[in-house]
Structure formats: structure tokens, C-alpha cells
Design a binder for this molecule. Structure first.
Ligand code: ATP
Ligand code: MG
Ligand code: FE
Length: 332
């Protein structure tokens, strides 16, 4: 099947066409980062307006690149949540209008299911699999025993990993989005400060990053007050070391406990070079294959939505005309 995917949950307007949930035919992403940069984060109203302005161009480009027409499309998959409600609404209403006009089935997709299925554009899934989801809004360990069924075995109790990256970056006066900036600095810094690792209860696969964030912020404050020397690259390296160690160890422990056949990593923070390196090293000598999507498929895109939509479509899932944006949709 050929699935047209639409993604507008945050600050990228994206349309893609994917064949059989595995092969990218076209993948167009219009990022709004420049528009949000001067505000230090995503401004919801601006995001919605951008989506409206960009949608028709991005859609046309997706068809142009694919050299396909509407006749070739079997269904339309769209992110229904979670995300910014005004942003989601643009995608959902575009998808509904197109489905109605072109007489195509409509499939609502969970944004995080999309991040997970970005991995399947690379390699076929082996079940049971464990997914580590690390993005701007989520930090979760998800166990999957079959396609489309998600069991959350651990999640953050406060900040998401990407959120912590962005907040620490802001404290260091680095531009938005902060994750890649910290990543860049961490590569040239040293772990000179020993920040806390939030392991929580012994058997817990939950995460917590707010304590770490606070201690980084305190450290920066104190150094500023004393006029002392604190290299930003060392703060970045020390912060990243803490985040990466907890993510890697908990993923390793869960993978072994549940005897999984594959571990996949998803979401924007999967682009982090320190995390990629640490996970690669941890799983290298094990018999558990580790899958991390190429950088371009880690952050928001519509190919991943089409990939997840393809599986749902094959399973017979259809959305009705009352499909609505749901900013707090849960993964099930
Ligand atoms: P969600 O998917 O939870 O709704 P989102 O869509 O905003 O949130 P993504 O687009 O998946 O999140 O990822 C964006 C996040 O990834 C930002 O917090 C950004 O700082 C972070 N990020 C991107 N690249 C890197 C990197 N190299 N290192 C660390 N973090 C990164
Ligand atoms: Mg984004
Ligand atoms: Fe995302």
C-alpha cells in the first residue's frame, strides 16, 4: 500500500508518502525553528499559523518528489495527538478534507507510535521489542509483543529528557533547540562535575530529570555569584553523562528482564551522539540487536506517521469524520 502521512503536532509541517510502511517514496519537512528561535521555544500561535501557510506547499512537494498522483494513494494517516492542539488541528483538518475530497480512508496515528515506527523504515521489527522513547515531550520505555500494541513499562515522573536538554541549554544562553547545542559542547567538554543520577526504586523503569536539571541550574547560579570559572562545555558534558548513563542502564536492564529480540530508540534525543555511542557500546557484545534511526528520522517527520499508519490501516483501523485533535492522547 501507499500511505500519505501528515504531521503537524509541534513545529514541523511534514508530509510524506511511504510504501508498505517500510519504504520512503517522499519525505518533506518544513521546519519553523527560525521563527521560534527568538522566543527561545515554540510559540503555539505562531506554530499553528505556519502550518496553515506551509501545508499546501509541503503537500505538493511530497507528490512532486514521489512522482505519484492521488490515484496511487490507499489511505491518509495523520497525527491526532499528543501535541499542541492548534498545531494538531491543522493536520487533522487537512487530512479530513483530503480524505473527503479524494474519497480515501483516514487513519489517526499517535505521534509516539510514529516515532517508534521510524525504525521500521530501516529494518523489520522482531518481537518482543523494547522501545526507548526520548523526545521533547516524552521519556518512556515501551514493550511491544506485536504490531500496534504498546505496553508502557516506565516513564518520566517529571521532565522529558529533551525538555531537560532544552532547559539546561537555556540556562547557558544557547539558542533553541538546545539539545543539539549541548550535544556539540559535551563532545569537547569533560565530566568535571558529578551530577546526580536518578535511579528511583530498584525495580523501577521510570525516569526523573527535574532533580538533575535543578542541580545543573544551581551549579550555574553559584558559579555566576562567586564569579568563578565554570566552563560551559564541562557543564554540558557532565549533564549529558548523567542523562545518558540512566537512559542506557535502564534500557539495558529492561531489555534483559523482558528477554527482547530487539531494542529500538525513538524521538529527537535519539539524535544525541553521546546516547548513540553509549547504547551502541552497551549492546555491541550482547545478542540483542539495537536499532537507532538515521538523524533525519529521529526528529519529527511524516514518513514515521505514514509507517505507523500503514500497520494500523492493514489491521483495519479507520478513523471517522469526527476524528479530532487530542493534545493528551495516550499510547495504547
Ligand atoms: P514529542 O515527540 O514528545 O511530542 P517533540 O516532537 O517536540 O516532542 P522531537 O521532535 O521528537 O520532540 O524532539 C525534539 C527534542 O529533541 C528537543 O527537545 C531537542 O532539543 C532534542 N534533540 C534534538 N537533537 C538532539 C541532540 N543531538 N541531543 C539531545 N537532544 C536533542
Ligand atoms: Mg520539533
Ligand atoms: Fe516528536
Amino acid at each position: 500500500n501507499y500511505i500519505l502521512g501528515i504531521e503537524t503536532s509541534c513545529d514541523e509541517t511534514a508530509v510524506a508518502i511511504v510504501k508498505n510502511g517500510k519504504k520512503i517514496i517522499s519525505n518533506v519537512v518544513s521546519s519553523q525553528i527560525e521563527s521560534h528561535k527568538r522566543f527561545g521555544g515554540v510559540v503555539p500561535e505562531i506554530a499553528s499559523r505556519h502550518h496553515v501557510e506551509q501545508m499546501t506547499f509541503v503537500l505538493e512537494e511530497a507528490f512532486d518528489q514521489a512522482k505519484l498522483t492521488w490515484d496511487d494513494i490507499d489511505a491518509i494517516a495523520v497525527t491526532e495527538g499528543p501535541g499542541l492542539v492548534g498545531a494538531l488541528l491543522v493536520g487533522v483538518n487537512t487530512a479530513k478534507a483530503l480524505a473527503f475530497a479524494k474519497q480515501k480512508p483516514l487513519v489517526g496515528v499517535h505521534h509516539i507510535a510514529g516515532h517508534i515506527y521510524a525504525n521500521r523504515l530501516d529494518e523489520e521489527f522482531q518481537f518482543p521489542l523494547l522501545a526507548l522513547i526520548v523526545s521533547g515531550g516524552h521519556t518512556e520505555l515501551v514493550l511491544m509483543k506485536e504490531h500496534g500494541i504498546y505496553e508502557v513499562i516506565g516513564e518520566t515522573r517529571d521532565d522529558a529528557a529533551g525538555e531537560a536538554y532544552d532547559k539546561v541549554a537555556r540556562m547557558l544562553n544557547l539558542p533553541y533547540p538546545g539539545g543539539p547545542q549541548i550535544d556539540r559542547l559535551a563532545a569537547i567538554g569533560q565530566e568535571t562535575i558529578s551530577f546526580p543520577r536518578a535511579w528511583l526504586e530498584v525495580d523501577s523503569f521510570d525516569f526523573s530529570f527535574s532533580g538533575l536539571k535543578s542541580s545543573v541550574i544551581n551549579k550555574i547560579h553559584n558559579a555566576k555569584q562567586r564569579g568563578g570559572e565554570l566552563k560551559e562545555e564541562d557543564i554540558a558534558a557532565s549533564f549529558q553523562a548523567s542523562v545518558v548513563e540512566v537512559l542506557t542502564e535502564k534500557t539495558w536492564k529492561a531489555a534483559n528482564k523482558y528477554n527482547v529480540k530487539q531494542v529500538i530508540v525513538a524521538g529527537g534525543v535519539a539524535a544525541n551522539s553521546g546516547l548513540r555511542k553509549a547504547l551502541d557500546k552497551k549492546f555491541e557484545d550482547s545478542n540483542i540487536p539495537l536499532l537507532i534511526p538515521p538523524l533525519k528520522l529521529c526528529t519529527d517527520n511524516a514518513a514515521m506517521i505514514a509507517a505507523a499508519g500503514s500497520i494500523a490501516f492493514e489491521a483495519g483501523k479507520r478513523s471517522e469524520w469526527d476524528l479530532n485533535a487530542n493534545p493528551s492522547l495516550t499510547l495504547r
